[in-house]
Design a protein around this ligand. Structure first.
Ligand code: GAL
Length: 414
């Protein structure tokens, strides 16, 4: 081969090689649009672009993700699924059964996910033995957040029982402070309901009701007591609660307009994004009673064409379970890492409490999936429960009627 022919052949080969190198890209559907959430997802965008990826953002506002899930369905029905989607719990397996998810086992195996994720979390990420989602965190749902100054000024400690909570709320109300910051959206009603239910039913009762859907538990005197407490909660919210976004409710606690909020620890992401300090400005405690309700955010990849998209999915999956992302993202998000090998030294006292109580509850069988955040049940069943919870909260329905409706709604949804 002459020199010039060799050069020409090399140039063609180089050119072919550069054509074959995929440029990772991803269109990412998520519902992280509040202050703390946006800061958290920005960490992922940054890591993705630092690694050479091109990110197309598809945020769908709406806490809890109901609107995002409607947008996802519309896109999939139109044959135009996003590359990566914030998806969690049994919804992952539901989408898998529709045959639209990509298999990310290659990344999971190369990255040794099985060795760094707790088995209970890994199980949510598997579809018939293959890896079909990548976890980013563990949010705890059963928290009470409080304004530290408001409690102190009114001589109130963080409540240890629901009776103490009710007594504190009545005292605050008499002092002209809104006891409970709440947004009247179905998923927020469900969030408060499941926290109350865990406290009153206890971990075993919660499991029977919201994992096993046991009719006797759903209609038990204890479940009636749960709805009685919800009726009390309704009396502790201000008249402007309908439709309010959860982060605006958090802001009411921040600025002292309200004393408490019952919300998952994405609320801590809001406090932190506003520069508030746990223990000083705001307090965190698990709701009265035992147990731990977990809510694991994750991303699933949808089957899409094109080497660039597939490379984008692989890069994204690798990054989100990576040690560095799991640390920085969760510092912002209010959650704790899903990986067990991320040091928590830089995390705050609420995160330490979460990690400790998660380990304890895992050991004693009281680590439970959140029904309100789509970890325990398929959509039809969790939706049936939430419909009853929210119509009870927004009417004068009796607790007896609520439990009857609950049992009927579950029976119809199966
Ligand atoms: C949850 C989600 C959290 C948080 C919250 C409010 O369902 O798991 O990451 O974003 O909704 O939007």
């Amino acid at each position: 081969m002459t020199k010039s022919v060799f050069a020409a052949v090399s140039a063609v080969a180089l050119c072919a090689a550069s054509v074959a190198v995929a440029e990772p890209k991803a269109e990412v559907l998520h519902w992280w649009t509040s202050g703390g959430e946006a800061k958290s997802v920005a960490v992922l965008q940054q890591e993705f672009s630092d690694a050479g990826g091109t990110w197309t953002d598809m945020p769908v506002a709406g806490g809890g993700g109901d609107a995002a899930m409607s947008a996802l369905r519309a896109r999939v029905l139109a044959g135009n699924a996003p590359t990566a989607v914030q998806l969690k719990g049994p919804a992952i397996q539901e989408w898998y059964e529709e045959g639209v998810l990509a298999d990310i086992s290659k990344v999971a195996e190369a990255e040794g996910w099985a060795d760094v994720l707790p088995a209970s979390i890994a199980a949510h990420m598997k579809c018939e033995g293959t890896w079909c989602a990548a976890p980013v965190n563990v949010h705890r749902v059963d928290w009470i957040w409080a304004n530290a100054d408001v409690l102190e000024a009114n001589g109130i400690e963080m409540p240890q029982t629901w009776e103490e909570f009710n007594a504190a709320a009545e005292k605050l109300q008499a002092a002209g402070i809104i006891p409970l910051a709440h947004g009247g959206q179905a998923w927020q009603d469900a969030t408060v309901f499941e926290a109350v239910a865990l406290g009153i039913l206890g971990p075993d009762g919660f499991r029977k009701a919201f994992v096993d859907l046991d009719e006797a538990t759903l209609t038990s005197p204890e479940m009636i007591a749960v709805f009685d407490q919800m009726r009390k909660m309704r009396g502790f919210v201000d008249p402007n609660f309908p439709g309010r976004d959860w982060n605006l409710a958090t802001a009411m606690v921040m600025n002292g307009e309200a004393a408490f909020q019952i919300m998952g620890d994405w609320a801590k992401g809001e406090f932190l994004a506003a520069g508030k300090v746990p223990g000083d400005d705001f307090l965190c405690a698990s709701v009265p009673g035992d147990g731990f309700l977990y809510n694991v955010d994750s991303f699933a990849m949808f089957d899409v064409d094109g080497d660039d998209s597939v490379a984008g999915q692989e890069l994204l999956a690798k990054l989100v379970v990576g040690q560095s992302f799991q640390k920085v993202f969760n510092l912002n998000k209010g959650s704790i890492p899903a990986r067990t090998d991320v040091a928590l030294d830089d995390f705050d006292s609420c995160a330490h409490l979460s990690s400790k109580e998660m380990a304890e509850s895992s050991d004693n069988g009281s680590l439970l999936p959140s029904y309100a955040h789509g970890m325990a049940l398929r959509g039809a069943q969790s939706g049936a429960i939430t419909d009853v919870v929210t119509s009870h909260f927004n009417s004068d329905m009796s607790s007896q009627e609520a439990v009857e409706q609950l049992a009927a709604a579950i029976a119809n949804s199966l």
